[in-house]
Design a protein around this ligand. Structure first.
Ligand code: PDD
Length: 282
């Protein structure tokens, strides 16, 4: 059985031996922040941007970051070097630490729990890229701080389960009639050659691919607009795309059983997907 090394609170240890207290506030309250970094050929892709988002999240909930950026990068490198596959998804998590159960922050600041592991990256299959994937929709019932990559993911878990129960790749969520995001991905639409993404506000996680896609659009002369997107605009779009560390850029061809565009991955997807494949190995 694979038993890769993970990092837990200062120690590299086999995954099977990693242990935390049941009083960890991550376990009790979901009081923590996480990050997922794609790794290609054992090289993390845009790690500094991922760490910047991680640090912003930690700071916004008042958890003390014990390490410098340099130290985080070297710990991630060590985990990545020892992982079984070349392409990986590195996972970082920090919680507020271990303390008797009281909701408010403990009077005596606990030592934060730090955990790093890396799993094999399973990118979208050739079939998904050639034929596209099915999605379903749901009202977004999560909290209003979705810009924070919190480990409290029950809303996202239920949205992902909704997709699984409908044999769909992802659940596309709407709040009050506007597109927010997937259970673990950002969602994009194309109309008349322009790519549209929802605003970067508290209703979505600003994916590291959000900025990357803006860059790729600029390089490829694809007009890009960030704005509120209605349900009708999603259902009448020429193309719909998903993006995340794991999904890279994935084309959507049906939503709730309705065909998107002409039912095949479109030209904007193809351009962005090709540019992404170049960028990830650069
Ligand atoms: N999720 N929105 C949500 C809710 C997400 O969970 C993610 C990523 C994204 C895309 O962000 P990025 O481009 O930085 O991967 C958007 C990761 C992959 C996860 O939870 O496993």
């Amino acid at each position: 059985m694979d038993d890769p090394f993970v990092y837990l609170n200062g120690t590299m240890t086999p995954l099977s031996e990693a242990r935390i207290s049941v009083l960890d506030r991550g376990f009790i309250f979901g009081d923590g922040i996480y990050e997922v970094i794609p790794v290609y050929r054992r090289k993390p892709f845009r790690p500094v941007q991922h760490l910047a988002r991680f640090f912003r999240g930690i700071e916004s909930v008042g958890i003390r970051n014990p390490y410098s950026e340099e130290k985080w990068l070297s710990l991630i490198d060590e985990i990545v070097r020892n992982a079984p596959t070349e392409d990986q998804l590195a996972y970082l998590q920090m919680t507020r630490g271990v303390a008797p159960r009281t909701h408010a922050f403990p009077a005596k600041e606990p030592v934060p729990t730090v955990f790093i592991m890396s799993n094999p990256l399973i990118p979208p299959t050739a079939e998904m890229l050639e034929k596209g994937v099915a999605c379903v929709t749901m009202e977004d019932k999560r909290w209003l701080r979705c810009e924070i990559k919190s480990i409290s993911l029950l809303g996202n878990v239920l949205a992902a389960q909704n997709a699984a129960e409908h044999a769909a790749n992802e659940t596309i969520q709407f709040r009050d009639g506007s597109l927010t995001e997937g259970s673990s991905s950002n969602v994009w639409i194309v109309r008349d050659g322009t790519l549209f993404g929802p605003p970067k506000d508290n209703l979505i996680l600003e994916g590291i691919r959000y900025h990357l896609i803006e860059e790729l659009c600029a390089e490829d002369n694809i007009p890009f607009v960030s704005k509120r997107i209605t349900r009708d605009e999603v259902f009448s779009a020429d193309e719909v795309l998903l993006s995340s560390a794991a999904k890279e850029i994935t084309p959507v061809v049906t939503i709730d059983g309705n065909t998107v565009g002409n039912g095949r991955p479109g030209p904007i997807f193809k351009k962005l997907q090709a540019a992404y494949q170049v960028a990830k190995y650069a």
